[in-house]
Design a protein around this ligand. Structure first.
Ligand code: HEC
Length: 205
């Protein structure tokens, strides 16, 4: 009987200590023994990654100095005026897209680019017409129709003035696919203007 009483009071004391200790502060969760449960793996795309020290975040980026199997080689021209000038010589590493791939490229364009450039490339996307992003390039103008694909890749990779970089949203392959889509739409659209106005070069600025 005595033994049970001692055991009982021991359990009560331990219980009380645990209660008091665990209610110490609402902001202090205490010891985390299952970090996956305490911290979400999801995090905001552009937010600083403070959880890295917990070593629980999945990072899809390849180890430094390596590339993914089947990935295109990294783009090495620097993000400066020399890099921009030299980019004109960079060639598209992809073969011409087939109709299925072109459809996918169009889908990527409509998701990532049409919000500014518009589905018809003429800078009529809602962010451009709504005035949220000024000076959106009208990609149907002659200067962009003539623009080398490498220059386009450079600007899409690093961003240019009011346009951000798409390097984290689109893989290198996807960026080249989108450029093939833009080029094919440009050809389509300028063929349309030529037949309508007779001479597209005099009407475009
Ligand atoms: C937030 C709005 C916005 C989005 C989204 C956007 N762009 Fe742009 N883009 C611009 C603006 C603004 C410019 C003009 C930059 C300048 O020359 O000042 C531009 C310029 C360009 C140019 C010309 C670059 C050069 O070197 O002059 C190309 C090509 C282009 N965009 C393609 C794309 C593609 C492809 C996408 C999707 C992956 C895209 N843009 C998404 C706003 C946008």
């Amino acid at each position: 009987m005595k033994k049970t009483r001692i055991l009982l009071s021991f359990i009560i004391v331990i219980g009380l200590i645990t209660l008091v200790e665990s209610c110490d502060s609402k902001r202090e969760p205490g010891k985390v023994y299952m970090p996956d449960m305490a911290y979400s793996r999801a995090y905001e795309a552009y937010a600083p990654n403070n959880l890295a020290k917990e070593n629980i975040n999945y990072n899809p980026a390849p180890v430094e100095g390596t590339i993914r199997r089947g990935d295109l080689f990294p783009y090495n021209l620097p993000d400066d005026s020399t890099g921009y000038r030299l980019s004109a010589q960079v060639k598209d590493p992809l073969p011409p897209l087939d109709s299925v791939q072109m459809k996918e490229a169009g889908r990527l364009f409509n998701i990532n680019c049409a919000i500014c450039h518009g589905p018809n490339l003429n800078a009529q996307g809602p962010l451009a017409t709504g005035g949220k992003i000024p000076a959106v390039a009208n990609l149907t103008l002659a200067v962009y129709v003539k623009m080398p694909v490498g220059t386009m890749f450079h600007s899409i990779t690093y961003g240019k003035n009011n346009m951000g970089s798409y390097a984290s949203q689109l893989t290198r392959e996807q960026r080249w696919m989108v450029i093939q889509y833009v080029k094919s739409r440009q050809a389509e659209l300028s063929a349309g203007t030529e037949s309508a106005t007779g001479d597209s070069t005099t009407t475009t600025k």
